[in-house]
Write a protein that binds this ligand. Structure first.
Ligand SMILES: C[S@@+](CC[C@H](N)C(=O)[O-])C[C@H]1O[C@@H](n2cnc3c(N)ncnc32)[C@H](O)[C@@H]1O
Length: 233
């Protein structure tokens, strides 16, 4: 690794602006991401132009490790798609053969995407794919072992902030980390331009029982997106 390598916690590194996670399944990529060896360890590139969590890690004004779960955590991922970001979270919290005893519950409404998640879960112990509606706590609760230390919501639907408040109220541990990736274009057009949609969502978070810690503008990497970082005290 080069000189400017910084550890962001177990199994995740930042090298300049490039992020890497420690591959839990050595010798295989999830998409077409690069891998590199360093002794017995294999690192997998986490592309910040294709993952909102990674984009937020690059753009945050705070310590990026504040956005990430620790190894062995219980994590809830709402809007998992085919699992590309989920796989990096799994690298961090579970590791090879889930020797950290973490859990990553990945909820997705599209059966086609869930098929990919199921294939991933066959080689990534601790990853739990759930075919369901991420707006409905009862569709998630049978699968999660405990309250979550870390939640990320990335749903391309309207009313993203209201859903986030409902789901974090049901599942987030006190002191846990909750990230909302908000896409302006998914909100209702009656809510005005992008900025007013972000402001409206921010107002909903400020009125909720969550503490809003940071609003991270990831435009330039993901257009029309901000990531809100919250916790529950
Ligand atoms: C922007 S993509 C997520 C990308 C993913 N987070 C990543 O970084 O790889 C949004 C996903 O949310 C899913 N989705 C939309 N509405 C949903 C719902 N109500 N419940 C669960 N998943 C939903 C979509 O099918 C889509 O796969």
């Amino acid at each position: 690794m080069g000189k400017k390598t910084k550890s962001l916690g177990w199994g995740v590194r930042k090298e300049g602006r490039t992020l890497w996670t420690r591959n839990a399944v050595k010798g295989s990529s999830v998409g077409s991401e690069r891998r590199k060896r360093e002794g017995r360890i294999e690192w997998r590139r986490w592309d910040h132009t294709r993952s909102k969590v990674a984009a937020a890690l690059v753009k945050t004004n705070s310590d990026p490790s504040l956005l990430l779960p620790e190894k062995s955590s219980t994590c809830l991922y709402l809007g998992a798609s085919s699992g590309s970001t989920v796989s990096h979270i799994h690298d961090i919290v579970c590791g090879s053969q889930n020797h950290h005893n973490g859990q990553v519950v990945a909820v997705e409404i599209s059966p086609r995407m869930v098929r990919d998640l199921v294939s991933l879960s066959e080689v990534r112990r601790g990853l739990v794919p759930v075919l369901g509606d991420a707006r409905i706590p009862m569709q998630v609760s049978p699968f999660i072992r405990d309250k979550a230390d870390w939640i990320h919501q990335d749903l391309s639907i309207a009313d993203q902030a209201l859903t986030f408040v409902r789901m974090t109220t049901s599942f987030l541990k006190h002191g846990g980390i909750a990230l909302l990736s908000l896409k302006a274009a998914s909100e209702r057009s009656a809510d005005g331009d992008d900025q007013s949609r972000f402001d409206k969502a921010e107002g909903i978070l400020l009125d909720s029982n969550l503490d809003l810690l940071e609003r991270i503008d990831i435009s330039g990497l993901e257009e029309q997106h901000v990531v809100f970082r919250c916790t529950l005290n």
